[in-house]
Design a binder for this molecule. Structure first.
Ligand code: AMP
Length: 432
């Protein structure tokens, strides 16, 4: 099957082939013809399935078909995303796929100056990619006009709800015309998502893809047992000995990410940390440096890594196991994307044996264990309680047992914390 046979216009097919894609992914094969027909979509798909092109390509096609809007200041397609990173990535896709079309687009998110965004909006854009908080700031200042939106996309809707955005989303919806085409993508379908979809979607077509392959088939996983105090040394050794050029490393806390990046630097390995406390500029820079090969190691926390689109990432290392087993699946999903083989390694110390058992129970398989010569764990070392960066308080929503937000479909996304709880408030502000 080709992109042209899905009914997409020639300019789009050309842009896709310039990106190097020849065959649509399953979600693209299903979603594109339905969106072209004008149907509302409820899409069960997570990052890595090609969902962004799945909605961006037919959205661009539809806008071209609809012709010019008389009022050029009115936004015609709105894409809402939970995080700045995802917004930036979706906008990159809009630009790449729309490069041969005369459509204008921009992206707005918090954490950066609002004025350049106002300038862009004032000139007029057909397509706007936005995080909910900053979009509402613009709406409040009347620097954006959403009354002409023909197509609405809610990307990673479950994540938006997890981050406490439901009220903001409802406020945005109130600013949109009643009649429009709506595409909702979510990795999970909790009752909250279904409630949102019920009120929003009109006779939606259900589009769902199973994960391309199970995690275990796609990604080779190994656990290296090692003492707590020797993890950093082992990591530096592994990077050097294998001559890895691009490694994504996960830590449990922001502080841990900073410290590890610093320590690797002292070992002569270029590294940058990416987490919610970093400014938007610093995060974008770190990601760009990592993608370009200027830094070899990107050290990330779970939240910062969500939705990061880094092509063909060969190695992912869990420097510390996550507290929530589903986050493990999410982390290692950063490797082996779009059909590529990937390798995920976990450095596991005695404190983390229970976390490892929980992960293996979720995966329904044992992960291979391999002790590295010279780094054999000392059996006399006793387990210590795991520090989550919030001394003296019970673990927050990212740190303790969390309830699932509902049944899972087609993927292993965690339910994350309850909205409005401490940890999520901070995340929410981070995305504004
Ligand atoms: P997404 O799920 O939208 O985050 O896409 C995951 C990755 O797959 C991105 O790096 C896309 O650029 C890539 N991709 C999207 N569509 C295709 C395709 N048809 N063939 C190969 N790769 C694709």
């Amino acid at each position: 099957m080709s992109f042209a046979s899905l009914g997409l216009r020639a300019e789009l097919v050309r842009a896709v082939s310039e990106k190097g894609y020849s065959t649509p992914t399953p979600i693209q094969q299903q979603a594109i013809p339905l969106v072209l027909e004008g149907r509302d979509i409820m899409g069960g798909a997570q990052t890595g399935t090609g969902k962004t092109a799945g909605f961006t390509l037919p959205l661009l096609h539809r806008l071209m078909d609809m012709g010019q809007q008389p009022d050029r200041r009115k936004v015609r397609a709105l894409v809402l995303t939970p995080t700045r990173e995802l917004a930036a990535q979706v906008h990159e896709s809009v630009r790449a796929y729309g490069k041969h079309l005369p459509l204008r687009s921009t992206v707005i998110f918090g954490g950066v100056s609002i004025n350049p965004q106002i300038q862009k909006l004032r000139k007029g854009v057909e397509i706007l990619v936005a995080t909910p908080g900053r979009l509402l700031d613009h709406a409040g200042q009347r620097t954006v006009d959403l009354s002409g939106v023909d197509i609405l996309v809610l990307d990673e809707a479950d994540r938006m709800l997890d981050m406490g955005f439901i009220h903001d989303i409802r406020k945005v919806l109130a600013l949109l015309p009643k009649r429009k085409q709506t595409l909702l993508f979510s990795a999970t379908f909790s009752s909250e998502i279904k409630r949102l979809a019920d009120g929003l979607l009109n006779d939606p077509a259900l589009v769902e893809v199973a994960q391309r392959n199970t995690t275990a088939e796609r990604i080779s996983q190994v656990v290296h047992p090692v003492d707590r105090a020797r993890k950093r040394e082992l990591l530096s050794w592994m990077i050097g000995a294998n001559n890895w050029r691009q490694v994504l490393v996960f830590t449990r806390t922001k502080h841990g990410a900073n410290r590890l990046a610093e320590q690797l630097g002292k070992d002569g390995i270029t590294a940058a940390a990416i987490h919610g406390n970093k400014s938007q500029g610093a995060r974008t820079r770190a990601l760009a440096d990592f993608k370009s090969g200027k830094v070899r190691v990107l050290v990330a926390t779970d939240i910062a890594a969500r939705g990061l689109d880094i092509d063909q990432l060969p190695h992912v290392v869990n420097f510390e196991l996550p507290n929530v087993p589903e986050d493990y699946v999410h982390r290692i999903g950063r490797t082996g994307r779009a059909g590529n083989e990937g390798e995920a390694m976990s450095l596991v110390c005695v404190d983390e044996h229970k976390l490892l058992r929980d992960i293996e129970r979720l995966l329904k398989t044992d992960i291979r264990k391999q002790v590295i010569e010279g780094y054999e764990p000392d059996p006399s070392i006793r387990a210590e309680p795991i520090q989550n960066g919030r001394r003296g308080k019970p673990a927050g929503p990212r740190g303790g047992a969390r309830k699932s937000s509902g049944p899972r479909h087609g993927g292993h996304r965690s339910g994350a914390g309850k909205k409005g709880s401490r940890g999520n408030r901070s995340t929410r502000h981070a995305a504004r």
